[in-house]
Design a protein around this ligand. Sequence first.
Ligand SMILES: [Zn+2]
Length: 167
Amino acid sequence: MDTLWAPWRMVYIDRVNEDSAEASCVFCRAAAPGGADSDLVVHRVGRVVSLLNRFPYNPGHLLVAPVSHGGDLGALDPGEFQEVAGELQLATRVLKSELGCDGFNGGWNQDRIAGAGIASHLHFHLVPRWSGDTNFMPVLADVKVIPEHLEATRAKLLAAFSRQPPG
Ligand SMILES: [Zn+2]
């Protein structure tokens, strides 16, 4: 079996932002409407924000985060966690219908020792998978950046999320 999902490699990907301050946190900025990095956001609802990973493993690689700045899943408000879980469910439905993926990898890295690059702000990775997608993945998948595809994917997902009935 080919393995695409290698969470420890997120260290490299997340290294774009080592600063733990809220003001420079990619998730806090994305959660603020019109803020920096909001160009990656595909859905904001309640206390949750979903955005595309700028350095995706696969098209549609989503990051789902609570809006509140904090890195500990155990410390997350239970209601907020429920909202995050609901968003993960919704996101799998949207990604499946819009991108036609065959499966998913998902999870989170908590704290530096586990490979979290942005350890200060909890976020879940949701990576769409297609049959045979490891066949054409470059060895250095981390640097596979295709901005046009990111924008096209974002437009598609933005529209799809906006069509979803409110939870
Ligand atoms: Zn933050």
